[in-house]
Design a protein around this ligand. Structure first.
Ligand SMILES: Cc1cc2nc3c(=O)[nH]c(=O)nc-3n(C[C@H](O)[C@H](O)[C@H](O)COP(=O)(O)OP(=O)(O)OC[C@H]3O[C@@H](n4cnc5c(N)ncnc54)[C@H](O)[C@@H]3O)c2cc1C
Length: 500
């Protein structure tokens, strides 16, 4: 009588209580299902990263004496649910168990086939905690959730008060990159994944983005993830806070941790990262603003978006509050656009399957929202291109924070800006074919006219928002000629979206 325990590609958590003892009646199953590679147009590095890490994890389990069945991509398994059902029907597995899947679609497909579903023992809060925390409230506010988490965990707290007297040091954390500052190096690996890449070719999986198979740079197990993490704590965290919003030509990583893939596949736990950041601060190795800036992202935003996902799914995946319907232009897939900031962000994403938060939010997300792209296509793009993209974290960030398609459940206003913000935070504009100073001419930065036209178009919905009122007061002070010129330019841009 064998109990099969299914391990998903984002459940590579060696500290899970399942693995603390070897049980002869248990067999672990890791399955490389075809559909998991194609449910969005996936970057080749994303496929390679997940599958190579699963293979490592299976080898580790075997080395600890556990029984493992590993089903490689070439075996032709189409989807996980039919494999699970068939194995039980054939009598190979008497009953199935799994850890809570983090994606709604997998939860819906697999839970009914399981005798038992246990916690993944990864997150700091339970799946439905955010929904319960905000029960009866009209809006969800990340800040109140975050403060409550700080109090509960005691991290960066002095009794009931935030350490240092403030909950938030964002004012110290929004600096552009100084002109002469050298670009820090990133901790990297050079795994040879060419054989796996060839297996993916053999089964006909599409190739998108640089595979990097000859020198794959991402961590594939917990030991490697800790190397990336320790490098971050020592060399990057001290400057993480001030420059987390900076955008720099040909420099994708700056002081960012590059830890999201390892964290989302559960090689690391959020709590251990937060404790390690707090220790670095208490040992006076990093400033309070950098420590708090990082802790807010993981304890606050990461847990919060997960809670929103589970509170709102499955309806969340269909929301399109601004009724945006424009098809995504091809340049999102090739990077071939004259807008230098957008081209930089997309090229870096194609190269590394990575972009940092402000590239995702204020460059690609910003232009997608200003152009009114269909949120389904925007979601699919983000879900496919980034190595760290798993729907529970990708979708609230994309559909909610970035595209405002949830009408304000996650964020209180749309994240849009004109070219001025990108000019302030980056060095992209000086090499751009468009002029950021020009507001409405034929060579003007597209972000400029689109920004005003976006607000004009959505006035009915947005004008009442106290956080946006100032934009409308400014627009109303423009002369009719100026308004007309901005709207004309925006209309041209909408009509020629493929040519931008
Ligand atoms: C449109 C859009 C889509 C995104 N899609 C994803 C995604 O699919 N997967 C993903 O992990 N993150 C996503 N993010 C959040 C964020 O951009 C990435 O977590 C971050 O860029 C990962 O790089 P890093 O590890 O170097 O992060 P750092 O900048 O070093 O930050 C440290 C950690 O904080 C956490 N974090 C920071 N911001 C967020 C956030 N808004 N939501 C959740 N966690 C956060 C991440 O775990 C990250 O690893 C998205 C953001 C936007 C605007």
């Amino acid at each position: 009588m064998i109990t099969g325990r299914l391990i998903l590609g984002d459940q590579l958590h060696p500290g899970h209580s399942w693995y603390q003892r070897v049980d002869p009646s248990v067999r672990y199953f890791l399955i490389e299902a075809h559909d998991e590679q194609t449910y969005a147009p996936q970057h080749r590095q994303k496929m390679l990263g997940f599958l190579a890490a699963m293979r490592r994890f299976a080898a580790w389990l075997e080395s600890k004496g556990h029984a493992v069945t590993y089903v490689p991509i070439g075996a032709g398994v189409r989807d996980l649910a039919s494999y699970v059902a068939k194995a039980q029907k054939d009598g190979r597995v008497h009953q199935w168990e799994m850890q809570e899947p983090d994606e709604y679609r997998l939860d819906a497909a697999l839970r009914p086939l399981m005798a038992q579903v246990v916690s993944s023992e990864h997150f700091m809060t339970e799946r439905h905690h955010v929904a319960a925390f905000f029960a009866g409230k009209k809006t969800y506010l990340m800040e109140s959730f975050y403060r409550d988490q700080r109090k509960k965990t005691g991290i960066l707290m002095d009794g009931e008060q935030p350490h240092g007297g403030s909950w938030n040091y964002d004012a110290e954390n929004r600096k552009p990159w100084p002109a002469k500052q050298p670009i820090p190096s990133a901790w990297t690996f050079s795994h040879d994944l060419r054989a796996l890449d060839a297996e993916l070719d053999e089964v006909g999986l599409p190739k998108w983005g640089r595979s990097a198979a000859e020198a794959f740079p991402w961590p594939l197990d917990r030991t490697e993830a800790l190397e990336v993490w320790n490098f971050f704590i020592e060399h990057l965290l001290p400057s993480f806070g001030p420059y987390q919003d900076a955008l720099v030509d040909d420099a994708p990583f700056l002081y960012h941790a590059r830890i999201s893939f390892a964290l989302n596949t559960k090689m690391l736990t959020p709590l251990e990262l937060l404790e390690s950041v707090e220790s670095a601060y208490r040992a006076e190795r990093v400033s309070l603003s950098s420590a708090e800036g990082f802790i807010r992202q993981v304890m606050g935003w990461r847990e919060y978006v997960r809670g929103i996902y589970w509170a709102q799914m499955p309806e969340y995946a269909t929301l399109n509050a601004l009724a945006h319907r424009q098809a995504m232009p091809d340049w999102f897939y090739t990077g071939k656009t004259k807008m230098r900031c957008v081209s930089q962000a997309i090229h870096q994403s194609l190269q590394h399957s990575y972009a940092h938060h402000i590239q995702r939010l204020m460059v690609t997300g910003n232009i997608a929202l200003l152009l009114g792209l269909d949120p389904d296509s925007v979601d699919a793009w983000y879900l496919g291109i980034y190595l760290d993209a798993i729907e529970w974290v990708e979708m609230p960030n994309t559909r909610g924070m970035s595209q405002f398609a949830d009408g304000g459940i996650l964020g209180s206003k749309p994240y849009v800006s004109s070219g001025a913000y990108i000019h302030k935070m980056s060095n992209h504009c000086r090499g751009c074919a468009y002029s950021v100073q020009d507001k409405d001419g034929p060579n003007s930065c597209p972000f400029n006219a689109l920004y005003w036209e976006f607000h004009h178009r959505h006035r009915e919905r947005l004008a009442q928002n106290p956080r946006i009122g100032m934009v409308y007061r400014t627009w109303d002070r423009f002369t009719p000629e100026r308004q007309h010129a901005l709207l004309e330019r925006a209309a041209w841009l909408h009509e020629h979206v493929e040519e931008l």
